[in-house]
Design a protein around this ligand. Structure first.
Ligand code: PLP
Length: 464
């Protein structure tokens, strides 16, 4: 751990409050409370500006998969900086890490997804997917094939296009989105299906809805369907069995490309390098990923495409014309070196196997919280879990949003040395994958205590 004692944390807090425009922030409270400073870290723990230690139940933001403060990562990053810290890969230049990482991702990705385009994160990976898909259909002479279908409560990022594809309605309040190109269908959330409906009937209905939407928009106008294998920010929604496979079949029936947004699910979170094929039995046309690709040590996102797409987009569209898509930092050598080392660590330490084992224990332990009176459902898989809190377990009625139950639980956890993420009336968990049994037990016990304390607060305040 590094020495943070010489930093004036009060000053840092003030500088942050005065000058740093935070992403995804509630300014009504930020201007009063400012931010919690995270100053140090160590494997599964983070340490605040006052030196308090917390188990990080959310891996930063679904991303610090190999755990914090790995010296090997620091060394790999430093080594690359001293070799060559940057070079553009526009045109015919490349760097050793960019080339090597591409080959490694082609090897790890399912099916014939053998070609990789890089940006700086998940939103950009999805934006890139849209640009490439449009270009692909233009190349094929199918110039009307432009529309994108995605799901309510899907989250795909916050660049203009990625936020348009995002279907979390709350996220659109006050901003604009592209409504001509993007069309949303409903969320395959089994917990909220009509009472008495079987899972099979629910799944049939969702698949029919996708097919109906393609037909309504016209197959000649629909380019792609975007879906997370398990929706993350929408509340960790695991669709019914067979949903993805059947969605992919419907897409392919109408020449619609299937993009699997694996920004959260890739690199071990569910116990596989990629979840599309290994967990959900699909080989999509594209996979977008980021986060766990470098475990958050440096920014990097990737759009991985099939041979079929690459073969079309890599043919010159006109004499002298270029494939005009790319960013200054596409294939950044230091980020790519970090990704290579990150994957090497995951493989050497058999982190996917650890997730299969410890993640299954974690899933079962978190699930045990369902006996608490305000916990309506605990759902998710392995190290990607969500607790949905309700006022009434039978009717699934929500607690008054003014009660901010997710925040209250997160605050109680924080006071007890655990960070969990509030998401409206829910709390999500996506810890580093290196969690030990002792860490899991602490996390679940602390959550239980915090939910019980919150329940008492809600009663006291008249919300229950
Ligand atoms: C499924 C999914 N896609 C895309 C994104 C956007 O990634 P980024 O924030 O790196 O742009 C996120 C971020 O949480 C995500 O969860």
């Amino acid at each position: 751990m590094s020495d943070i004692k010489n930093i004036d944390m009060k000053q840092v807090w003030q500088q942050d409050k005065d000058h740093y425009v935070h992403p995804w922030t509630d300014f009504s409270t930020f201007k009063e409370s400012g931010s919690m400073i995270l100053a140090d870290s160590d494997n599964v723990h983070v340490i605040d500006g006052e030196g308090r230690r917390y188990l990080d139940g959310i891996g930063g933001l679904w991303c610090v998969n190999i755990g914090y403060a790995r010296e090997e990562m620091a060394q790999a990053i430093a080594d690359q900086i001293m070799k060559i810290p940057y070079y553009s890969s526009f045109g015919h230049h490349t760097t050793v890490p960019a080339a090597q990482l591409s080959a490694k991702l082609a090897q790890l990705a399912p099916g014939n997804l053998n070609h990789v385009f890089y940006g700086c994160g998940g939103s950009v990976a999805n934006d890139t997917a849209v640009r490439i898909i449009h270009f692909y259909f233009n190349q094929l002479g199918k110039k009307s094939k432009k529309k994108i279908i995605s799901r309510i409560d899907g989250y795909h990022g916050s660049t203009y296009m990625a936020m348009s594809i995002t279907g979390v309605k709350f996220d659109h309040i006050g901003f604009d989105i592209e409504e001509e190109l993007v069309h949303h269908i409903s969320c395959p959330n089994p917990y909220r299906r009509p009472k008495g409906q079987s899972l099979e009937a629910f799944c049939d209905e969702k698949i029919q809805e996708l097919e109906d939407k393609i037909l309504e928009l016209g197959p000649d106008n629909v380019a792609a369907f975007f879906a997370e294998p398990i929706m993350g920010a929408g509340g960790v929604i695991v669709p019914p069995k067979g949903y993805h496979k059947r969605s992919l079949d419907v897409c392919h029936k109408y020449g619609v490309l299937y993009v699997s947004d694996e920004v959260v699910t890739a690199f071990g979170r569910l116990g596989h390098m990629f979840a599309s094929d290994d967990e959900f039995d699909i080989v999509p046309d594209m996979i977008t990923c980021a986060k766990g690709l470098t475990s958050g040590y440096l920014p990097l996102g990737a759009t991985i495409m099939s041979d079929d797409i690459y073969d079309v987009i890599s043919v010159p569209q006109a004499d002298g014309a270029l494939f005009t898509h790319g960013y200054t930092y596409s294939g950044h050598p230091v980020s790519c070196a970090a990704a290579i080392k990150n994957i090497e660590i995951m493989e050497r330490e058999q982190l996917c196997e650890h997730v299969m084992d410890m993640g299954a224990y974690f899933e079962a332990q978190v699930k045990s919280l369902e006996d608490l009176p305000i916990v309506g459902e605990v759902r998710g898989r392995k190290f990607m879990m969500c607790i949905e809190n309700v006022a009434n377990k039978e009717s699934k009625e929500l607690i008054n949003p003014d009660a901010a139950v997710g925040n209250r639980i997160a605050d109680h956890c924080q006071a007890r040395g655990l960070i969990v993420r509030p998401l409206a009336h829910m709390n999500v968990l996506s810890p580093p994958l290196t969690l030990s049994k002792e860490n899991v037990d602490f996390l679940v016990k602390t959550l239980r205590d915090s939910i019980e304390a919150t329940t008492e607060d809600l009663k006291r305040d008249g919300y229950l």
